[in-house]
Design a protein around this ligand. Structure first.
Ligand SMILES: Cc1cc2nc3c(=O)[nH]c(=O)nc-3n(C[C@H](O)[C@H](O)[C@H](O)COP(=O)(O)O)c2cc1C
Length: 263
């Protein structure tokens, strides 16, 4: 299996790298696991300039000329993706945040359905949950199979704490390895199907403002070929119909806002 580890530390090979290397060693002991590391601090991935072209008009309309498309290709070729970030002020590092911003369009037009994700956060001890939570939706369509938060304070650890961390790393490696063996595309759960219907509705309702989404969702009954049970389909469509009615106020409407200042 192919694993791509995306490393968000500005230090490169710091504490987070040591943890991911431990995951690698354990996975290799279980069987075939080929690891590739992408260090975001060295990657050709420019800072997002906020033009919104990738979301609205399509990622091919991004004005930044860099390796974004190559990185997406690498992710699509992987069976498993590790997202690793140190906790900075109880959130992800700026490198990881930029990576997430540059792939924001994948939450509009989901694509990583075959990929399993392991999230790894490390910090002095605070903000591990917040850092993990921030990475949870980074890759549209991917299944996060485990979240590993490890305290890596700059002082020596007690034997008990080290044993606990080692156990957590072994558990994460095993769970991730097993998940990556399954390359099937599962039938969607009720919530996943709901999400598809909502996003398709928004795309159709806002086709003028989100033409790339409109094109993506046109002619699709789900993100990929799969069976939707008639009962689940009917229940989800009814619920989404009600929800869209309740959310009518969100537009599109007639008023341009914020209003332009009167001269
Ligand atoms: C700018 C900055 C902010 C940080 N914020 C936190 C924090 O909110 N909570 C915490 O426990 N550690 C914090 N740390 C400590 C790092 O998370 C910790 O040193 C981590 O092990 C670094 O991982 P790395 O070696 O993989 O880069 C911060 C470090 C830096 C440089």
């Amino acid at each position: 299996m192919k694993i791509l580890a995306i490393m968000g530390s500005p230090r490169g090979r710091g504490a987070g790298y040591k943890i991911v290397k431990m995951v690698e060693e354990r996975m290799k002991a279980m069987g075939d696991a080929e690891f590739e590391y992408l260090f975001l601090k060295e990657a050709d991935l420019k800072p997002c300039i906020g033009c919104f072209n990738c979301v609205a008009r399509g990622e091919d309309k991004c004005p930044l000329k860099d390796a974004r498309a190559d990185i997406e290709k690498k992710m699509l070729e992987a069976d498993g993706i590790i997202l690793s970030s140190p906790g900075y002020v109880q959130n992800v590092s700026s490198h990881m945040k930029n990576f997430m911003d540059r792939f924001a369009y994948t939450n509009h037009r989901l694509r990583f359905f075959r990929q399993k994700v392991l999230l790894v956060a490390n910090s002095g001890g605070a903000g591990l949950n917040e850092t993990l939570a921030a990475m949870r939706i980074a890759l549209g369509g991917a299944r996060v199979v485990h979240e590993l938060g490890v305290g890596t304070p700059p002082w020596p650890q007690t034997i008990g704490a080290v044993a606990k961390k080692e156990k957590a790393i072994s558990f994460a490696a095993e769970k991730f390895y097993r998940a990556c063996l399954d390359t099937s595309l599962p039938s969607p759960t009720f919530n996943e199907y709901m999400r598809f219907l909502i996003q398709r509705n928004v795309a159709f309702g806002c086709k003028e403002w989100l033409p790339a989404d409109f094109e993506f969702y046109s002619g699709k009954d789900y993100f990929y070929e799969t069976k939707i049970s008639p009962a689940m389909g009917a229940a989800a469509r009814t619920l989404v119909g009600l929800m869209m009615g309740m959310m009518k106020d969100m537009g599109p409407g007639e008023v341009k806002w914020p209003m332009e200042a009167k001269k």
